[in-house]
Write a protein that binds this ligand. Structure first.
Ligand SMILES: Cc1ncc(COP(=O)(O)O)c(C=O)c1O
Ligand SMILES: *[C@@H]1O[C@H](CO)[C@@H](O)[C@H](O)[C@H]1NC(C)=O
Ligand SMILES: *[C@@H]1O[C@H](CO)[C@@H](O)[C@H](O)[C@H]1NC(C)=O
Ligand SMILES: *[C@@H]1O[C@H](CO)[C@@H](O)[C@H](O)[C@H]1NC(C)=O
Ligand SMILES: *[C@@H]1O[C@H](CO)[C@@H](O)[C@H](O)[C@H]1NC(C)=O
Ligand SMILES: *[C@@H]1O[C@H](CO)[C@@H](O)[C@H](O)[C@H]1NC(C)=O
Length: 422
């Protein structure tokens, strides 16, 4: 009897190759040192959340559109100078909490620069190495920002960034952060009040700021306008708004040859690449075009079509013109901020005759000084927009945009008519 029992146990173990841990001897298996590190790292990250505080919300008067309240959240006033600082905070916290990184992990990601600088900063804050996989022609100012924050650079062809980052991580037994696929897991969309562990959702902050501002009478926001890189920010706002049944409409601002517009509106490019449709320069940091892979939610994007109400495309040359005009008026953001502002103006123009005042919130994503060598450089503009009318066409758009700001005319209608190449 005893022998049969023994053989049974032996056979069972042999056949499955597996045994359960014994209780209670095995119950302290969580490595003490590892738990200490996690506790420390999570505390460090909450200190960083406190440092972000609330980024400024600017109320920007538009003379030509007096029935519009335009609010611009200045995300460039974070330690790494872009909207990605808040996002990467959440991404790093997620990777620690979910046990995807520990004190021995090296981290790798594909980035157009801003996420890279924030990832370098945040992983450095918790003492682990970070490698940014970037396009060969990335702006030097962004490379400097990554290196200044203790990140290392790996350069590759723009279309191979994701594959390369994944390969480097595998080769070195590190963690491929994959901001594009994982933003939706990391970004927060729950309300927190002003609790110590305050939500990092950007719209939570906007509403708190509007509520506290006595000069603002209406506390509702009619539109939130934003462009998508990972799609993480706009989707986190869309989820937040939908979850609490808020009246805000979510408007995606897209670049001329990006696939996101068709992905959101017509459910396209989820089964095939649209790489062949891409044309330079696009708008730095946003859009979906040069990737070899289709738009795959949770893998190559975190943009959720169901939480987007409208999408608007703007010609790239108009965005370049907008960048220059907005900067001349003190709105010192980069090209994706200019795109956000142009789409905000477009939304405002559609409602210009409405008897009711409307409110629009958008973001200043990153600073203009990252783009001195390209968007502010006439030679570069001439080269990338040669077929689209070059400097003359850009200046034509710029006049139309100025006229919208001062006189309420329609830059998109007038620009399409008047600023085509001769
Ligand atoms: C300059 C700039 N604008 C906008 C975005 C878009 O933000 P998100 O990735 O949350 O969609 C990015 C993201 O990389 C960016 O770098
Ligand atoms: C945004 O904040 C940055 C950093 O504080 C500042 O340099 C910049 O001028 C601000 N932009 C606007 C439009 O207020
Ligand atoms: C990390 O490395 C240290 C030193 O080599 C080692 O003692 C520890 O077990 C490692 N921890 C993990 C989770 O790999
Ligand atoms: C993707 O789907 C569209 C629409 O259903 C179809 O026309 C197209 O042929 C598909 N592409 C591939 C590569 O299967
Ligand atoms: C301006 O752009 C041209 C063309 O891309 C480039 O060769 C030149 O170095 C740029 N100049 C500056 C000051 O960045
Ligand atoms: C706005 O209209 C006035 C009066 O017609 C004109 O003088 C001015 O140049 C216009 N402003 C812009 C920026 O076009």
């Amino acid at each position: 009897m005893f022998i049969f029992y023994f053989i049974f146990i032996w056979f069972f173990q042999f056949s499955t190759g597996d045994i359960l841990s014994e209780a209670p001897a095995d119950q302290e298996h969580l490595l003490k040192g590892e738990q200490d590190w996690r506790t420390w790292a999570i505390d460090r990250l909450w200190e960083e959340r406190e440092k972000i505080g609330h980024t400024p919300l600017i109320k920007y008067p538009v003379k030509g559109l007096p029935n519009v309240d335009l609010f611009i959240k200045n995300e460039t006033s974070t330690p790494t100078r872009s909207l990605k600082h808040r996002f990467v905070w959440a991404l790093a916290l997620w990777s620690v909490v979910d046990g995807l990184v520990n004190q021995n992990t090296s981290t790798y990601d594909s980035t157009s620069g801003n996420t890279g600088a924030s990832e370098a900063y945040m992983y450095n804050a918790i003492g682990i190495p970070y490698y940014a996989v970037v396009a060969n022609d990335l702006e030097q100012a962004k490379i400097d920002n990554i290196e200044k924050n203790h990140g290392k650079i790996i350069k590759t062809d723009v279309s191979l960034r994701n594959t390369r980052a994944k390969e480097e991580a595998e080769k070195n037994k590190g963690f491929y952060v994959n901001q594009f696929g994982n933003a939706e897991k990391a970004e927060e969309f729950f309300e927190s009040g002003d609790y110590k562990y305050e939500s990092s959702n950007v719209f939570h902050e906007v509403l708190a700021q509007i509520n506290d501002d006595k000069s603002v009478k209406r506390k509702d926001v009619d539109y939130f306008v934003h462009s998508a890189g990972t799609g993480g920010t706009i989707s986190s706002v869309g989820r937040y708004v939908d979850r609490y049944n808020l009246p805000t409409k979510i408007v995606l601002a897209d670049s001329e040859f990006s696939l996101f517009y068709d992905y959101v509106i017509h459910d396209r490019f989820t089964n095939e690449s649209g790489q062949h449709l891409w044309k330079k320069p696009g708008v730095a940091g946003i859009g979906y075009g040069y990737d070899v892979e289709p738009v795959l939610y949770g893998e190559t994007t975190s943009l959720i079509p169901s939480v987007i109400d409208e999408a608007v495309k703007i010609p790239d040359i108009a965005t370049a013109a907008g960048l220059r005009e907005f900067n001349a008026r003190g709105l010192d953001g980069g090209p994706s901020s200019a795109l956000n502002l142009l789409v905000s103006l477009h939304v405002a123009l559609k409602k210009a005759k409405s008897p009711k005042k409307i409110s629009i919130v958008t973001l200043l994503n990153d600073p203009a000084d990252f783009y001195r060598n390209n968007y502010f450089n006439d030679t570069w503009i001439y080269e990338v927009f040669r077929e689209r009318g070059g400097i003359d066409a850009m200046n034509c758009w710029r006049k139309e945009i100025a006229s919208t700001l001062d006189n309420g005319t329609n830059f998109l209608v007038n620009g399409m008519r008047n600023c085509r190449p001769k």
